[in-house]
Write a protein that binds this ligand. Structure first.
Ligand SMILES: CSCC[C@H](NC=O)C(=O)O
Ligand SMILES: [Zn+2]
Ligand SMILES: [Zn+2]
Length: 445
């Protein structure tokens, strides 16, 4: 793939381009800009954007011990190759947010923020057809790897779209920042949640953000304008202990059972509501799952304490105060000594408008229309870093340009077809000029 090494002009090149190998990468990058995005000229030759994607997939940023150092080093190298500035913001010890910046021509305008997280979820290796950190590509072009959909594809698509636009000599009024954040998969508490509170974030002056969405198995692309609030609730029940052979009254188990029944009845009600209304999408109703049961020490000892943990995802139109009161009353109705605590509790759901009153939406949807892409606006069922951005007033859309692709994030054999990946680069190559050229908003003039 790489051209013959040639003599480096170390004095006039940035450090990352100073070695012969890197200089040749840079020239191959220029050659790429003239190629079609979908396929290489030689079908046997892998598209360099795909090669870069596979390199990034091989970095083991897997929870619970992600190799963030390797990811940051990879991104610094990309910044250098692209001639972009690279800022590293350590939001907590060992947790670095990397920001690559392409300055716009009008610094008075707010910027476009392209966000992606660097961490990925763990794997059950034995259920995978290929090593999840090898980025194996099969004969059809499917790339198997943890992070192939969630969301290393998008990080590279942003980088490659920017590279193409720069090589073609474009400049846009608005600055484009690419943020690469840690910790999203475990809640973002050591990542975006801290970053949005920092002066370095304020200094980016983000006017609009793109972040992750989900694949769509149909021809359409899903775009997320809001998300449900994660409420992780642990219900603890206390009661009378005693010998397992007796009819003990007021046990922790019977009271916990009542709460579990109330909550699962609510679950069934929401499920039926979803099933019976074809206009409702999954993100529009509240879901809950019983995810943990704890308690007990021996078969013949009635325990004094038992607990049940629930993963609630509260729809953005639900009154949160009333919902918490409902939780309270389910516990009270179960009897004395039943309490609950929050392990996660998001209380600031926000909606990014998806009509032409929102100039960002207008620009986004115009490009989709021009490219003949069908877009399905939805509420995200899960939680992403977009919630932190929206909560500090940055409108955000969750968009992963993967149509005709099954939703395989967090699943075994997570994979993405290289053609879908490359089509995503094309899409960002059209989206970025439009977003970075949105005229001054009323608040900016
Ligand atoms: C509540 S923070 C957890 C965030 C996590 N995000 C992606 O899967 C999720 O479970 O939605
Ligand atoms: Zn993700
Ligand atoms: Zn995820």
């Amino acid at each position: 793939m790489l051209q013959q090494p040639r003599k480096a002009k170390s004095a006039s090149l940035p450090k990352c381009l100073a070695s012969p190998l890197r200089a040749s990468v840079s020239s191959s990058v220029k050659r790429l800009a003239t190629q079609s995005a979908m396929t290489s000229k030689n079908p046997k030759e892998e598209h360099p954007s795909v090669t870069l994607f596979r390199q990034y997939l091989r970095i083991r940023t897997v929870q619970p011990k992600p190799d963030y150092g390797a990811a940051v080093a990879f991104l610094e190298e990309r910044a250098c190759q692209l001639g972009l500035s690279c800022q590293k913001v350590e939001v907590a010890p060992g947790y670095v947010v990397t920001v690559l910046t392409w300055p716009g021509t009008n610094p008075t305008l707010s910027s476009i923020l392209l966000n992606s997280h660097t961490d990925v979820v763990p794997v059950f290796k034995e259920y995978w057809s290929h090593d999840p950190f090898e980025a194996f590509k099969d004969s059809e072009g499917y790339i198997y790897a943890r992070g192939a959909q969630d969301m290393k594809c998008i990080s590279i698509q942003y980088l490659e779209a920017v590279r193409r636009l720069k090589v073609e000599g474009h400049q846009f009024p608005r600055t484009i920042h690419m943020t690469f954040v840690p910790d999203e998969e475990v809640g973002g508490h050591q990542g975006m949640e801290l970053f949005v509170q920092r002066p370095e974030f304020q200094a980016l002056r983000a006017g609009f953000a793109l972040d992750e969405g989900l694949a769509n198995p149909t021809d359409a692309f899903t775009v997320f304008y809001s998300e449900r609030s994660p409420w992780w609730v642990r219900v603890t029940s206390t009661g009378r202990p005693g010998h397992g052979s007796r009819f003990i009254e007021d046990t922790a188990a019977e009271k916990l059972h009542k709460v579990v029944s109330s909550i699962l009845a609510f679950r069934e009600k929401e499920w039926q509501r979803l099933q019976s209304n074809p206009h409702l999408k999954e993100g529009a109703v509240t879901s809950v799952n019983l995810t943990k049961l704890e308690g007990g020490v021996a078969y013949n000892v009635v325990p004094a304490t038992m607990s049940a943990s629930f993963d609630f995802r509260v729809a953005p139109d639900v009154g949160l105060k009333a919902f918490e009161e409902q939780l309270q009353s389910w516990c009270q109705a179960a009897g004395e000594g039943v309490t609950f605590e929050f392990v996660q509790k998001w209380t600031q759901p926000q909606v990014t408008p998806t009509d032409d009153s929102n100039p960002w939406w207008a620009a986004f949807s115009r490009v989709c229309k021009d490219m003949n892409l069908t877009v399905e606006p939805e509420i995200h069922t899960a939680a992403t870093d977009s919630r932190y951005l929206r909560a500090v007033g940055v409108p955000a859309l969750g968009f992963s340009p993967m149509n005709r692709t099954p939703v395989l994030l967090h699943d075994h054999d997570e994979r993405l077809h290289e053609a879908v990946f490359l089509r995503g680069v094309d899409i960002y190559t059209r989206l970025l000029p439009a977003l970075a050229s949105v005229p001054a908003l009323p608040s900016e003039s």
